[in-house]
Design a protein around this ligand. Structure first.
Ligand code: UT7
Length: 331
């Protein structure tokens, strides 16, 4: 009997209408369009400005986009996972609200948090559920309202992040396509270099933490950059080697969009030409959990059945990894 694999069978996305450009940022902090473009590759990002709307708003819109495009009956969804670093609220799972709002009334749901690797690690979780035969239709949403945790007075972080959501439907595949292999890693040293200090169980928020701006993202960019470059390239090279893939065998690199220079370093190490590297960082910046699914929706029309895709991500924790997947449909 053919082994059950897990394949992506549909995608959806949503980004807010409001654009925060490099020119806008020049008016807010001491920076220039030229600095941001050359150091990161980012030109603009989307920001969810309406008060009272959180990550669930982005996630629901992305799910509805997938449902409209694919004709999926939400009642058939067994499980909905929201990969996010910015849940609506710290305790009530954002996923439950999203599932109810899209009519996934037969699904159970939960949030999954591994910073910028949340979506990648979520792919692994989904694969285990489907390969085991336990569930058949799982929606994995990557959504983050990064603007809710960014200090717009800190030029080293506010230029990077944006808001957005993407989602994909996973279903069993019996042709040997879909997810082939994964190599996922973490290292707790990372929390010294990329974190929100206050608001968690170590340092609950109070007036002092707010005055010290400890409820915002802190990043030692240079250190994170070094770890990201070497680790993302390492795991991508490793997954190629493990599956005897040459650079010619790979059709697409779907890499976390944190900094164009990190993506370039990874593709160089894999010896992959620029045309095969999916890129939208210039339009959205780093949307944390949403970067990988947003790339898929942007490039869906170019992906062909049987294409070999390497997914790679790096994020807070540290957390990082690579996944090898064979695409399953032509758009
Ligand atoms: O997705 C999660 C993982 N996150 C990442 O992968 C992000 C990794 N880090 C990065 O992408 C980069 O480190 C940054 C984009 C955050 C910063 O770029 P960099 O080339 O590493 O700059 P740097 O931090 O080494 O700073 C170089 C200089 C500094 O000035 P001095 O000390 O050399 O005088 C900074 O103060 O650039 C200055 N600087 C800026 N100048 C203009 C930092 N931010 C800015 C800015 N505009 N926005």
């Amino acid at each position: 009997m053919q082994k059950v694999t897990v394949a992506i069978t549909a995608t959806g996305f949503y980004v807010p209408e409001d654009i925060l450009s490099n020119k806008d940022l020049e008016q807010m902090v001491d920076t220039t369009d030229e600095w941001i473009t050359t150091r990161t590759g980012i030109k603009e990002r989307r920001i969810l400005k309406e008060k009272g709307k959180g990550t669930s708003f982005l996630a629901i819109k992305a799910c509805k986009n997938l449902i409209d495009k694919s004709g999926l009956d939400p009642k058939e969804i067994d499980l909905l996972i929201v990969a996010t670093a910015t849940p609506d609220m710290p305790v009530a799972t954002t996923s439950a609200y999203v599932a109810s709002k899209i009519g996934a009334t037969n699904a159970f749901s939960y949030d999954l948090q591994a910073a910028c690797s949340s979506f990648l690690f979520g792919m692994s979780t989904v694969a285990s559920y489907i390969e085991s035969g336990r569930y058949k239709k799982i929606l994995l949403v990557g959504a983050d309202k990064m603007s809710s945790i960014i200090d717009y007075e800190d030029r080293s972080t506010c230029i990077i992040f944006g808001d957005g959501a993407g989602c994909v439907l996973f279903e069993p595949n019996f042709e040997g396509l879909g997810l082939q292999d994964e190599y996922l890693r973490t290292d707790g040293i990372g929390r010294n270099y990329l974190k929100i200090e206050a608001g968690g169980s170590i340092l609950p928020a109070d007036e002092n933490t707010v005055a010290n701006r400890q409820h915002y993202v802190f990043q030692d960019g240079r250190t994170v950059f070094k770890f990201a470059v070497s680790n993302m390239a390492d795991v991508s090279a490793k997954i190629m080697e493990r599956n005897s893939l040459s650079s010619d065998d790979i059709d697409w690199l779907v890499a976390h969009q944190a900094n164009k220079r990190i993506i370039d370093a990874t593709s160089k190490r894999m010896n992959i030409v620029e045309d095969k590297v999916l890129m939208n960082i210039h339009r959205y910046g780093n949307t944390t959990s949403a970067t990988l699914p947003l790339l898929l929706t942007d490039y869906e029309h170019r992906l062909k059945k049987g294409d070999n895709i390497i997914f790679a991500a790096f994020g807070g924790g540290f957390s990082w990894g690579a996944i090898y997947l064979k695409w399953v449909y032509n758009s």
